[in-house]
Design a protein around this ligand. Structure first.
Ligand SMILES: Cc1cc2nc3c(=O)[nH]c(=O)nc-3n(C[C@H](O)[C@H](O)[C@H](O)COP(=O)(O)OP(=O)(O)OC[C@H]3O[C@@H](n4cnc5c(N)ncnc54)[C@H](O)[C@@H]3O)c2cc1C
Length: 262
């Protein structure tokens, strides 16, 4: 999703909500569990409405107090609940997230009955290079949960996940465990952009922004445009830079922007 399509996605949500006034276009879904990660990152698990189907990597549209936004789904389609990983955009900029931040177990959000999005697993090439910043890892967690659940083979997922601080790498334990269990199918490369800060004490992994390290990893891993599809999800600046570096080299690239850069 590029800048224009991020904006048009949000426009579409508003348009649909006007068009559908008076019709039962969304249902209420209860928050079943909440886990706070940092002062601005948290996870919620909400009820999956009856008949709600989706492909790994798609997003749902949830709302509260009449405001709706898109959220990629962490869960794989076979899971019983919808898991979401959300970043708080504080007031006065954020609209829905400050409202969601106040909600806990037992509260409800509205959810549209259909998942959407084209940022899904594309199986045509054996190497899948997945580049993310913080919440941008969400669709990739869904991809790999679904892939291993379905006992698929024939692909290798290389996940490069960038964050400022190590506690923002929320799915690191799950992804590192999968990489240890299936070294021929998944490689997990977390990277921190502020490795020397106190909050990152003890970090011995990769350093630098995801977009800064992507090319050297492509070389080290021996990935080529003929056998590798690249996905970029999250921060629009990261996506722009990854595109600027890899499109001229001929890599096929899929993108999902979570917001528009001012
Ligand atoms: C397809 C899609 C999937 C998405 N999936 C997720 C997801 O899994 N998790 C998630 O947290 N968000 C996700 N988003 C973003 C989400 O839809 C909201 O825009 C976001 O949660 C902020 O909502 P808000 O109403 O508080 O602020 P908005 O009114 O949406 O935005 C207010 C301002 O903050 C900017 N902004 C929005 N998000 C961020 C951010 N994270 N960091 C910095 N600036 C930001 C906007 O560009 C705008 O200028 C997704 C967006 C799209 C289009």
């Amino acid at each position: 999703m590029n800048d224009d399509s991020t904006a048009s996605e949000q426009r579409l949500i508003r348009l649909e909500s006007v068009r559908n006034q008076g019709r039962a276009t969304h249902v209420q879904s209860k928050i079943l569990r909440r886990e706070d990660i940092t002062e601005d990152l948290w996870l919620i698990w909400i009820e999956k409405p009856e008949g709600f189907i989706f492909k790994a990597g798609q997003y749902c549209t949830i709302g509260h107090d009449g405001v709706e936004r898109a959220y990629s789904i962490v869960s794989a389609p076979h899971e019983e609940t919808l898991e979401l990983f959300i970043e708080l955009v504080p007031l006065p900029d954020g609209v829905l997230t400050p409202k969601l931040w106040e909600l806990g177990v037992g509260n409800t959000v509205s959810i549209r009955p259909r998942a959407k999005g084209r940022f899904v697993f594309k199986p045509s090439l054996p190497n899948q290079l997945l580049v993310a910043t913080v919440t941008g890892v969400v669709p990739y967690v869904s991809f790999v949960r679904d892939y291993f659940h379905a006992n698929k083979t024939g692909h290798h997922f290389y996940i490069i996940e960038g964050a400022s601080y190590k506690n923002e790498l929320v799915y690191d334990t799950e992804l590192a465990a999968l990489a240890t269990e299936h070294p021929d199918m998944i490689t997990y490369i977390p990277t921190l952009s502020r490795p020397t800060e106190e909050r990152n004490a003890g970090w011995s992994g990769e350093t630098g922004r995801a977009n800064e390290v992507v090319e050297s990893w492509i070389t080290d891993l021996g990935l080529f445009p003929e056998d590798t599809i690249v996905y970029a999800c999250g921060h629009p600046g990261m996506i722009e830079d990854v595109k600027a570096k890899l499109l001229p080299r001929g890599f096929p690239l899929e993108e999902e922007r979570f917001w528009k850069q001012d």
